[in-house]
Design a protein around this ligand. Structure first.
Ligand code: GTP
Ligand code: SPV
Ligand code: MN
Length: 596
């Protein structure tokens, strides 16, 4: 047992409820990781990859019915439905607790119950918070060891203090003598449940990603967003990067794009602009608190990347590829006969004799994908060749710019800047993107996703937007980050990308740097400030003049057509939506209608 009374009581309570075969308190050591991994290899959950090609790394194939987050089974059980708001599934907390207590009874039978102490953020940082995950999945333990600071050190830091209890079960009890399967889960019943008032999480039936690694979306976003509201800070679905010009000072930028819309890629990109450097603090989540100087300081609460594998290559994201050389877990990727990994676009042509993500022989001619579109790698942040020197700094890094963005084939320009914080909050609130394979459901449908937080906000979205406006009033305007909107995903009429993206996005970052430091040229337009014709560095850029003009054009007609959609989006957010944002919308409409 531990030195924490609340924790001991909780462990006993959950052991009594879930009836595991044994209880294991995780110390976070390499020896513990290795022994869990070799047990999983024996049980068929893990395949050890070739020790020379991919040292200390494993491949894992999930059940085909458990490959992404399930938003329709994700619940925010706030005191009242109004507090959860119209964008969240809600159930009365007492009722849900009673239902879950039935569901969790004896659910760990025949399995080991692991207790994982973890810190979101550097241990001891004033921005960090501690959680304890109880799980019956050794896959979750192994992933949590990469994704979080985990183990004995965290228990020491916790002392008698408070923590967020995170309970997880794959929901697949074993009767005596019953053989296990490689990926236990519950095909019939899934629950990803949050109790924001008591700050606890109950997750059942899925072993995949954000459903099961509870430090990530469940704690660091849904529960933390509630803590942030109450305590005056921000918990956001944002990457954090450092940007350094050839001669000059590093600034830090945070960016919110929806799932599978380019955060990992931007966070560790190699700029094509000579002399410019990007360094990576985080690729998915940012916690930002005000420092004594009135600026927002961000930490990455995670210590690993749980990144989209397909599309990751030496061309698109060399620093990710270099991060993946060892000590990684690959989920739902394909395997080569030599015992290495592969996924779509990893190399130009697929290797011969691949085994696909479902463990079957694979031929390019089959028309099937070798890797699942939401296949993921789990990799330690400190293996990234461009990890920022301040990645582990308990004080965090000061944020100078915040970017919103998403996949929009038309209308939204490559980049523009908000007039001020409130206008930037408005832009975040109307953020939109085509859906991707990161969540179950149809792909390619445009949905409005405020601040990329639609699936991750732990309370009423109207209150969340009001909180953003409030944060903007907490400090002087000059201390606030400038807000920008970017769109790497414009397409031509023929469906080709208009913008090359990836490392070329550094041209956009350069303009943002110049705007932040006061030298960047911009023109005022109805939607915000756009780079003036010569302000975006297009030297040696393989984009035609016409395409560039299109990328930086204010499509008045297109924007005017957006207005009714924005209005109905706002109507769906309910009566807690701040009037200030409706006023911003009215002003946008008026500016668009004005003759120039
Ligand atoms: P989550 O981990 O789900 O939150 O995703 P993410 O936002 O980190 O997305 P990621 O960087 O993994 O990118 C997802 C997909 O977008 C990959 O297939 C990338 O190849 C693609 N992508 C990223 N950046 C760009 C870009 O600048 N242009 C284009 N066309 N595609 C991009
Ligand atoms: C996302 O979907 O935004 C992810 C992957 O980062 S998951 O951890 O599964 O939520
Ligand atoms: Mn994400």
């Amino acid at each position: 047992m531990t030195g924490n009374q609340k924790l001991n009581a909780w462990i006993n309570e959950i052991a009594a409820l879930c009836a595991p075969r044994s209880v294991h308190l995780c110390d976070g050591s390499q020896a513990e990781y290795d022994s869990l991994a070799s047990e999983m290899v024996k049980g068929g959950t893990f395949v050890k990859l070739d020790g020379k090609l991919r040292p200390n790394s494993y491949l894992c194939r999930s059940d085909p019915a458990d490959v992404a987050r399930t938003e329709d089974r994700t619940f925010i059980c706030a005191r009242s439905q109004d507090e959860a708001g119209p964008t969240n599934n809600w159930r009365a907390p007492a009722e849900m607790k009673a239902e879950l207590t039935r569901v969790f009874r004896n659910c760990m039978q025949g399995r080991t119950m692991y207790v994982i102490p973890f810190s979101m953020g550097p241990i001891g940082s004033p921005i960090s918070h501690i959680g304890i995950e109880i799980t019956d999945s050794p896959y979750v333990v192994a992933n949590m060891r990469i994704m979080t600071r985990m183990g004995r050190e965290v228990l020491d830091a916790l002392g008698a203090g408070d923590f967020v209890p995170c309970l997880h079960s794959v929901g697949a009890p074993l009767n005596s003598g019953q053989a296990d399967v490689p990926w236990p889960c519950n095909a019939k019943s899934k629950y990803i449940v949050h109790f924001p008032e008591e700050r606890s999480i109950w997750s059942y039936g899925s072993g995949y990603g954000g459903n099961a690694l509870l430090g990530k979306k469940c704690f660091a976003l849904r529960i933390a967003s509630v803590m942030a509201r109450d305590q005056g800070w921000l918990a956001e679905h944002m990457l954090i990067l450092g940007l350094t010009p050839p001669s000059g000072k590093t600034i830090y930028i945070a960016a919110a794009f929806p799932s599978a819309c380019g955060k990992t890629n931007l966070a560790m990109m190699n700029p094509t602009l000579p002399g410019w450097k990007v360094s990576c603090v985080g690729d998915d989540i940012a916690w930002m608190k005000f420092g004594a100087d009135g600026r927002l300081y961000a930490i990455n609460p995670e210590s690993g990347f749980f990144g989209v594998a397909p599309g990751t290559s030496m061309q698109s994201n060399p620093n990710a590829v270099k991060t993946l050389v060892k000590n990684c877990i690959f989920t739902n990727v394909a395997m080569t006969p030599e015992g290495d990994v592969w996924w779509e676009d990893f190399t130009k042509a697929p290797p011969q004799k691949l085994i696909d993500w479902q463990g079957k022989q694979w031929e390019a001619s089959s028309g099937r994908k070798a890797a699942h579109p939401n296949a993921r790698f789990t990799a330690p942040v400190n293996q990234c060749p461009v990890v920022d020197p301040n990645y582990d700094n308990p004080q965090g890094v000061p944020i100078s710019a915040i970017l919103f963005g998403g996949r929009r084939p038309s209308v939204i320009p490559l980049v523009f800047e908000a007039f001020n914080w409130a206008h930037g909050t408005f832009l975040g609130s109307i953020q939109s993107s085509e859906t991707t394979a990161a969540q179950t459901g149809a792909v390619g449908i445009v949905r409005r996703d405020p601040m990329a937080m639609l699936p991750f906000c732990g309370y009423n979205m109207g209150d969340y937007l009001a909180h953003w406006l409030q944060v903007g009033r907490e400090t002087s305007p000059a201390s606030l980050p400038k807000i920008f909107y970017v769109n790497w995903f414009r397409k031509s009429g023929e469906g080709k990308w208009l913008w090359p993206g990836y490392g070329e996005n550094s041209r956009v970052l350069k303009w943002i740097y110049e705007r932040v430091t006061g030298t960047g040229q911009a023109v005022e337009t109805p939607i915000g400030y756009l780079p003036s014709a010569s302000a975006l560095d297009a030297k040696d850029l393989a984009v035609s003049r016409e395409d560039l003009r299109e990328l930086l054009r204010v499509d008045r007609e297109g924007w005017l057509k957006e207005i009714p959609d924005i209005r109905s989006h706002y109507a769906k957010l309910g009566d807690r939506l701040p009037q200030e944002l409706l006023d911003e919308l009215a002003r946008l409409e008026r500016r668009l209608a004005e003759k120039t």
